[in-house]
Design a protein around this ligand. Structure first.
Ligand code: GAL
Length: 330
């Protein structure tokens, strides 16, 4: 064999090994480094998911230390099976649009689709170094993967805001969840048809000072979830339920009674997967590493939903058949 043909053989072998690795990666391992389909580490922290045209799009902050420190980045990944995520690049690249200073913050981006305008609208928490600005920022795109263009920032209902969350009900109505320090609680407010405005009055005010707010509508009950306030440090996340969004809400209970700190994670989103055989709710949390935010891990785990309660069991490797909704734990 000539040197040239040996090279060809090696290329074929390398491609086969890569394909096998991609195939073998059929388990989600909570807390492990998660790679995209190209083998690069997924950077999508404090994220949210948009299900559009049969594809799931995962948006989150890209904290790669190699990026321009003056800018903030939201990265997008897409998947048809929730197991393999393809990198779709930076959906938003923003340069301090409100002049908040070197340490300005962009956190917890969430993307909505507006059937009325056929545009995609990204919400994000914008803040200064000391979290005093407390605004929500809005950016718009014609394409789901971006680029998103910054429109404005404001205080929804005139209230200072911290963590935001996203909820879209089964009837397609979209809501913004946001925590507001002064009120000692958090709000669930309807978005306008073009998704650009937060409508008054709020649909729900939950008098519990919770961050990382998330919501899901499952079998006739609304489940609201959040964490206590301990910054990047994990704490016992809690949930309450109600028959109507406006309440009344039950008392809050812990989602992971077997763990004092939600297995080291903080809620960011509740993903409902309606399969042909079952509806599964996936807890999406962040395991923050404040000194190396880019290395923060994702704790995704299907929740046990039973008798009007939800339970986050000890994280283990799992997979889902996105068609049937059936989950297998390794
Ligand atoms: C967390 C919050 C994060 C980030 C952090 C900063 O409680 O959920 O999004 O703001 O505090 O300390």
């Amino acid at each position: 064999m000539t040197v040239k043909s040996w090279r060809g053989v090696w290329v074929v072998v390398a491609v086969m090994v890569l394909c096998l690795c991609a195939r073998a990666q059929t388990w989600v391992t909570p807390g492990a480094v998660w790679h995209d389909t190209q083998g690069k580490v997924i950077e999508a922290h404090g994220g949210g998911i948009l299900h559009y045209g049969g594809v799931w799009y995962w948006f989150g902050t890209d904290r790669d230390p190699k990026l321009d420190p003056a800018k903030r980045y939201v990265r997008c990944y897409s998947s048809r099976d929730l197991m393999h995520w393809r990198d779709r690049g930076e959906a938003l690249v923003l340069a301090d649009p409100e002049h908040l200073g070197a340490h300005w913050k962009l956190e917890r981006p969430k993307v909505y689709y507006s059937p009325a305008t056929r545009k995609f609208v990204m919400y994000m928490h914008l803040d200064d170094a000391h979290y005093r600005y407390a605004h929500v920022g809005v950016a718009v795109s014609d394409k789901v993967t971006g680029p998103y263009h910054f429109v404005e920032s404001f205080r929804p209902l005139g209230l200072g805001l911290r963590d935001i969350g996203q909820f879209v009900d089964d009837d397609g109505q979209a809501y913004l969840i946001f925590e507001s320090r002064r009120t000692g609680g958090f709000f669930v407010a309807r978005l306008s048809a073009d998704r650009l405005k937060v409508e008054r009055p709020a649909v729900a005010f939950v008098p519990a000072p919770l961050e990382g707010g998330a919501l899901v509508h499952y079998k006739g009950l609304y489940y609201v979830m959040g964490s206590h306030m301990s910054g990047w440090r994990a704490n016992p996340n809690v949930y309450a339920t109600a028959k109507r969004l406006g309440g009344p809400w039950t008392k809050f209970r812990e989602i992971a009674p077997g763990s004092k700190d939600t297995y080291g994670s903080q809620s960011t989103f509740l993903l409902k997967v309606k399969g042909t055989r079952r509806t599964t709710v996936i807890f999406m949390g962040d395991e923050w590493r404040p000194r190396a935010l880019w290395d923060s891990r994702y704790l995704w785990m299907p929740l046990e939903m039973k008798d009007g309660g939800m339970l986050l069991r000890k994280p283990e490797a799992w997979r889902i058949d996105a068609k049937t909704g059936v989950v297998t734990v390794k």
